[in-house]
Design a protein around this ligand. Structure first.
Ligand code: HSE
Length: 438
């Protein structure tokens, strides 16, 4: 093997849970194939974990319960952070960098929230921080955007980037299962976050979207400015009415280059049922990217789970190992663009973003009510795409309206006026609609 004379690279794995265990097993099982790709052997020198993993045969591998010991171990070249969370993980990564070690992490929360600081520290120390596994598990989406699409001016991207949420939406729609029941299964399968509200309320997806937006547009990570709306308020009625109109509801992360800034938002979204991404089901993830040269491309695959995520972690380790003998000035920059070239484009408040909408309201069944609703929308310059009134035996009937694209602030004003009508009961449900036009 070429490079066989090079010393093996020594890796320290911190965290031996779902992803850590998967990474250990893949490195061991495919050691020969991986060495042929990397050009030298990769050895797990030490594992830092508080608990053993019954799925891993760690006999013969040095173990410690102190992950910082791994970060300081002079024998180790690459520290693999798979403990998750913010605090200890941040200390671990910064300690590893301080000790001149390259870092591979699957931690989207850490990168989305502390990535700017971590990359700055890594640049000072001339080390790599690789984070492919932080977004969409096994899909090499970071590599695709950062390297494969580097010719393009990226216009927008949209993704189903939380497997747990997609699993819940799919099971509820296809099998009429209860929300809690499906969530419990996702937890048992090792897909869900330690705090599953991160999955359900879109925080996990916002972490991932923040990373993708920075890579797509070359701007610092700005998680705190992401707009996040969860799926817990989606009703079976909405799922059914959406289907009648030819749409599926998916929990999407969307980032778009607009005239006056960048949109960065996670929310339930109606998607035409004929769109490829509307048919991404279960725990699978997909990211659709619109670039000015290539047009639309879509990346699909498992977004969570032990070995799919390990696939991305190990690919990063191989990348780092190849980089060890490469020219430091010609590494792929952390955020795809050279650090000195990052843009200061503003993240737009959600009121300044544009979208089409699905609206559902309960209206009294009497003459003139629909006219009042449509005239409020008309006064705000909101075009109606479709309108349905459902028959019921109740005094109030559900009215469903699809609008064309409108500035969110105008929609907010219209909804406030509609809710103030005496003939409207309760609040108006709104769900954004995407058609993925170029
Ligand atoms: N909880 C995440 C998901 C795990 O369900 O997609 C992968 O990041």
């Amino acid at each position: 093997m070429r490079g066989a004379g090079l010393k093996p690279v020594k890796v320290g794995i911190c965290g031996l849970g779902t992803v850590g265990g998967g990474t250990f097993n893949v490195l061991k099982r495919n050691a020969e194939e991986i060495a042929r790709r990397a050009g030298r052997k990769i050895i797990v020198e030490e594992i830092g974990a508080r608990r053993i993993n019954p799925d891993c045969d760690t006999k013969g591998t040095q173990m410690t319960s102190d992950v910082l010991e791994v970060a300081r171990n002079p024998e180790i070249d690459v520290v693999v952070e798979l403990i998750g969370g913010y605090d200890v993980a941040k200390e671990l990564v910064l300690t590893a960098i301080e000790h001149g070690k390259h870092v591979v992490t699957a931690n989207k929360a850490l990168i989305a929230v502390h990535g700017n600081e971590i990359f700055e520290a890594a640049q000072k120390k001339n080390v790599m921080v690789a984070f492919e596994a932080s977004v969409a598990g096994g899909i090499p989406i970071i590599k695709a955007i950062r390297e494969g699409l580097s010719a393009n001016k990226i216009n927008w991207l949209a993704g189903i980037i939380n497997g747990t949420g997609n699993f819940i939406m799919t099971e509820m729609r296809d099998k009429g299962r209860d929300f809690d029941d499906v969530l419990k299964e996702a937890q048992e399968l090792g897909y869900a976050e330690a705090d599953p509200t991160f999955d359900v309320e879109g925080i996990d997806a916002a972490h991932k979207l923040t990373i993708l937006a920075s890579l797509a547009f070359g701007m610092p990570l700005q998680f705190e400015k992401a707009f996040t709306e969860g799926i817990s308020k989606i009703t079976r009625d909405d799922v059914q009415y959406a289907e009648e109109l030819g749409y599926r509801i998916k929990h999407l992360g969307i980032t778009r280059r607009a005239e006056n800034g960048v949109e960065l938002r996670v929310h339930p979204t109606l998607i035409p049922e004929t769109a490829l991404i509307a048919n991404v089901n279960g725990v699978m993830n997909a990211v659709l990217v619109d670039g000015d040269a290539v047009g639309q491309t879509m990346y699909y695959g498992p977004g969570a789970g032990a070995e799919p995520t390990a696939s991305a972690v190990v690919a990063d380790i191989v990348d780092v190992v190849r980089t060890l003998t490469a020219d430091r000035d010609n590494r792929v920059p952390h955020l795809a663009f050279q650090p000195s070239e990052l843009s200061d484009a503003a993240i737009l408040p959600v009121e300044q973003t544009e979208s089409a909408y699905y609206l559902r309201m309960n209206a009294e069944e009497k003459p003139g009510v629909l006219a009042k609703i449509t005239s409020i929308l008309g006064e705000q310059g909101i075009n109606i795409e479709a309108i349905i009134q459902k028959e019921t035996s109740e005094d109030q009937v559900p009215v469903i309206i699809l609008t064309q694209s409108v500035l969110e602030q105008k929609l907010n004003d219209a909804i406030a006026q509609i809710e103030a009508l005496a003939e409207i009961g309760g609040s108006v449900t709104r769900i954004r609609v995407e058609h993925f036009d170029s």
